[in-house]
Design a protein around this ligand. Structure first.
Ligand code: ZN
Length: 306
């Protein structure tokens, strides 16, 4: 009898392990026309599906300035992680409370690029993201966070939050090699042409900076090593935040894909089971070109950085 029970338990836990991770990609809005979210959602959906461990549902919110937003309830609790490809200025209080409760109870959140521009006046959102930019953020949002002499530092000087230069390729530097998301990644690797977000401000609480990139003053940069990937906690919830990913081009490097897949798994479960792909880019300035071969030709042909 005992071994029958043990076999049942083993079968049950095996089935549970094999069940795909339930992912919601939330989209539906961007400030002005800066971000083509219908396209970037499709790129990220495919990248997550390619990992083979996620069950991905896209939820598009009604516009936050429409009457429909009052009745919007995406059912966060049905998902293990929400990938936020969404930038709205504000939400009704009840909706904010729903998401805060989901996160405090152990939900997962992945913040991609301009999602950190959203909700400047929602304290819990700013705590979850750690850092944000634009939409009127200034000194009141928190200090500017960056790396100096291999350490995370903060600067409380007054001024706006958020800047970037032209979309050139740049080098990522791993800062937390023992974090599950970063384990096995090279110390330095090239990222595709993308907006390098700099001078972001925020509370920076419960935040581990996983990777930085140098913001070059010759390309309208800050002259600092700026946070590019972070892991955060909010209540029992886990957050993976990357400032990378302006457009389909920027999303299509093997480096970004790997971070998205691993960051989403970690935010959902606290573990990373995926292997680092063999064609992961190196620190060689030319290595990001290898990524182009792995890209969808339609994206490689149409999304060249400006
Ligand atoms: Zn952008």
């Amino acid at each position: 009898m005992k071994w029958v029970l043990a076999a049942i338990v083993m079968l049950w836990s095996g089935a549970a392990l094999a069940a795909p991770i339930r992912v919601m990609i939330l989209d539906g809005e961007s400030a002005a026309a800066y971000h083509d979210w219908p396209v970037t959602t499709q790129v990220m959906k495919r990248e997550l599906q390619d990992a083979g461990i996620f069950d991905v549902t896209v939820v598009s919110a009604p516009r936050s300035d429409s009457a429909d937003i009052a009745a919007f309830d995406p059912g966060f609790e049905k998902y293990q992680v929400v990938v936020w490809n969404y930038d709205a200025p504000d939400w009704p209080a009840a909706l904010k409370t729903k998401f805060e409760t989901y996160m405090r109870n152990g939900g997962g959140l992945v913040v991609v690029h301009a999602a950190n521009n959203a909700f400047p006046d929602w304290p819990a959102w700013n705590e979850m993201t750690g850092l944000g930019g634009w939409r009127g953020r200034n000194k009141a949002a928190g200090p500017h966070w960056y790396f100096e002499n291999s350490k995370l530092v903060s600067d409380d000087e007054p001024g706006p939050a958020g800047m970037h230069g032209k979309r050139l390729p740049f080098r990522m530097v791993t800062r937390a090699p023992d974090h599950p998301i970063m384990r096995g990644l090279p110390e330095r690797w090239m990222h595709m042409g993308d907006e390098l977000y700099a001078h972001l401000r925020g509370p920076g609480r419960n935040m581990t900076v996983l990777a930085t990139a140098w913001s070059d003053p010759a390309n309208h940069g800050s002259g600092h090593d700026e946070p590019m990937a972070m892991a955060l906690r909010f209540g029992k919830g886990r957050i993976f935040h990357t400032t990378l990913g302006h457009d389909a081009w920027a999303l299509s490097g093997v480096g970004f894909m790997t971070l998205l897949q691993r960051g989403t798994e970690w935010a959902a479960t606290g573990h990373v089971t995926q292997k680092v792909p063999k064609n992961f880019p190196t620190a060689d300035i030319a290595s990001y070109r290898a990524d182009l071969a792995a890209m969808d030709p339609a994206i490689a042909g149409n999304g060249k950085p400006k």
